[in-house]
Structure formats: structure tokens, C-alpha cells
Ligand binder design. Structure first.
Ligand code: NAD
Length: 260
């Protein structure tokens, strides 16, 4: 379905981004993966995508905290593959703390990586998409783009910001065959969620089991974690021609969380 297309997926060395990159490769797209991790593990993932799906996969080490590096990542992908057709702004970090104790450097990093990085990447990739009259921008937002939780001020602010950016870009790109949508997962069991458990235990005075059952799964009526494969399947659909009239949508995949 995506043969001949090129997808850049930020934050794809792990979790949801890795599932999206592999799902696009399975549909025939060439892939640029990005993110941090052990060099051998990243190379294994890159080579695995090529071997499993017969596409080309490149790795960009661009730090999503730096706009210049993001612009370079997009320019290199365009030079190598002739264009970026699908851009998934997925890289993200989390930090959990009461707002009055929230470390300023954590606030700045979350806004940079979870919000400003998407602006920089869209700014760099949209002109080529408009020129070719086809493009898909998919932002991994969160249920926290629609509702808040205590102790996540920076994350909730950044994700609400991504919702606004998505809608604005959708309007600007609408007549160019380019859509922009945000996927809003509920809790998916990834390193990002695992890492916030000790912080949430400290912020709320709870045990690990209480955090999992009374905080995380409490939010989701299904009482189950969402899987990264479910999120990736939606990202594939949004990239398809069948989804060309879906734009500016902030779409929950959250087991009913935001229906409450
Ligand atoms: P993860 O920790 O498994 O993956 C995060 C990815 O981002 C990794 O590849 C990491 O290397 C990369 N990354 C982090 N900082 C970076 C930087 N400065 N530059 C480049 N790459 C960087 O987490 P995940 O759960 O897969 O999260 C992916 C996205 O999904 C995030 O935007 C997150 O907010 C969102 N999300 C996650 C959940 C969840 O429950 N896991 C729910 C809703 C939304």
C-alpha cells in the first residue's frame, strides 16, 4: 500500500514509534528511524526492518531537542529518498512531579521534545509534501491531549499544544493533498510508562501495584493496556488513500478513557 513512499518516524528506537516504523515498512515504505539507544541495538533494528520487509531503512541520530538537527534529518531523508511522504512526530519523554516542584529543565525538555520538535519537523517537511501534492503528518499525541492528570503539567501542556498544532497544519495543508492528524493513545506498556511508575509512587505515596491498577488502568474502562501494534495499525490507516478526507482529527485510542 505504501510502496515507493518514504516515512520518517521520530522516536522509533523503542515502543510505539518502533511499531509504527515496522508497520509502515510492512506496507512497503522506506523508513528513517530515529531515537536514542545502544548503537548495536539500533543497527539491529534498522537491519531487521530491511531484512524483514525488503525496504530501505536509514537511521538518523537527530536529537529532537534541537531544531537544527531536525531540519537536517528531514533534508537528508529528502536527498536520499527524493522526498518525505509520511512524517510521524512520535518522540516523547515524560516527567511526573507536582507543578510547584517541577524541575525547570524538565519542563523545557518536555516542551522541546514533545511539542517544538513536531513544529520543526513539519516546517521542514511540509514544503516538499505540498509540492508533490501528497503527504501525511501524524502526531503521536496522547489521551493527555484531551484531558489532564495531576503531576504531569509539562506533558499535558505539550500534548494539548500538539492538538492545536495538528489542527492548524491540517487547515493550512488541506488543499495540497496533505493531511495532519493526531493519534491519542491511552496507556501503552512501553519504557516511557515503566519509567514514570517510581515517580508516580513518590508523587502519590502509592505502591507499584496501586499505580498500575488504581492510576494507570483506573483511567481506562477496558482495564487493559493499549498495544503499540493497535496504535501502529491506526497510523497505517491514516497514511492510506482511504483516509484522505480525515484531517485535523484528534483521535483517541484509549480504551474509553476520554469518553468519561
Ligand atoms: P518510549 O520511551 O518507548 O519511546 C520514546 C522514543 O523517543 C524512543 O525511541 C526514544 O529514544 C525517543 N526519544 C526520546 N528523547 C528523544 C530525543 N531528544 N531525540 C530523539 N528521540 C528521542 O515511549 P513510547 O511510550 O513509545 O512513547 C512514544 C510516544 O507516544 C511519545 O510521544 C509519548 O508521549 C506517546 N504516548 C505514549 C503513551 C504510553 O502509554 N506509552 C501514551 C500516550 C502517548
Amino acid at each position: 500500500m505504501l510502496k515507493g513512499k518514504t516515512a520518517v518516524v521520530t522516536g522509533s528506537t523503542s515502543g510505539i514509534g518502533l511499531s509504527i516504523a515496522r508497520a509502515y515498512a510492512a506496507e512497503g515504505a522506506n523508513i528513517v528511524i530515529n531515537g536514542f539507544g545502544a548503537p548495536e541495538a539500533i543497527e539491529q533494528e534498522r537491519a531487521g526492518i530491511e531484512a524483514d520487509f525488503g525496504v530501505q531503512a536509514r537511521y538518523s541520530p537527530a536529537d529532537m531537542a534541537h531544531g537544527g538537527a531536525i531540519a537536517t534529518m528531514i533534508a537528508e531523508a529528502e536527498a536520499e529518498f527524493g522526498g518525505v511522504d509520511i512524517l510521524v512526530n512520535n518522540a516523547g519523554i515524560q516527567f511526573v512531579s507536582p507543578v510547584e516542584d517541577f524541575p525547570v529543565e524538565k519542563w523545557d525538555a518536555i516542551i522541546a521534545i514533545n511539542l517544538s520538535a513536531a513544529f520543526h519537523a513539519i516546517r521542514a517537511a511540509l514544503p516538499g509534501m505540498k509540492q508533490r501534492k501528497w503527504g501525511r503528518i501524524i502526531n503521536t499525541a496522547s489521551a493527555h491531549a484531551l484531558v489532564a492528570s495531576p503531576f504531569k503539567s509539562a506533558y499535558v501542556a505539550a500534548k494539548h499544544g500538539i492538538a492545536g498544532l495538528t489542527k492548524t497544519v491540517a487547515l493550512e495543508a488541506a488543499t495540497f493533498g496533505v493531511t495532519a492528524n493526531a493519534i491519542c493513545p491511552g496507556y501503552v506498556w512501553t519504557p516511557l510508562v515503566e519509567k514514570q511508575i517510581p515517580e508516580t509512587m513518590a508523587a502519590r505515596g502509592l505502591t507499584k501495584e496501586q499505580v498500575i491498577n488504581d492510576v494507570l488502568l483506573h483511567a481506562q474502562p477496558t482495564k487493559q493496556f493499549v498495544t503499540s501494534e493497535e496504535v501502529a495499525a491506526l497510523a497505517v490507516f491514516l497514511a492510506s488513500d482511504a483516509a484522505k478526507s480525515i484531517t485535523g482529527v484528534i483521535l483517541p485510542v484509549d480504551g474509553g478513557w476520554t469518553a468519561q
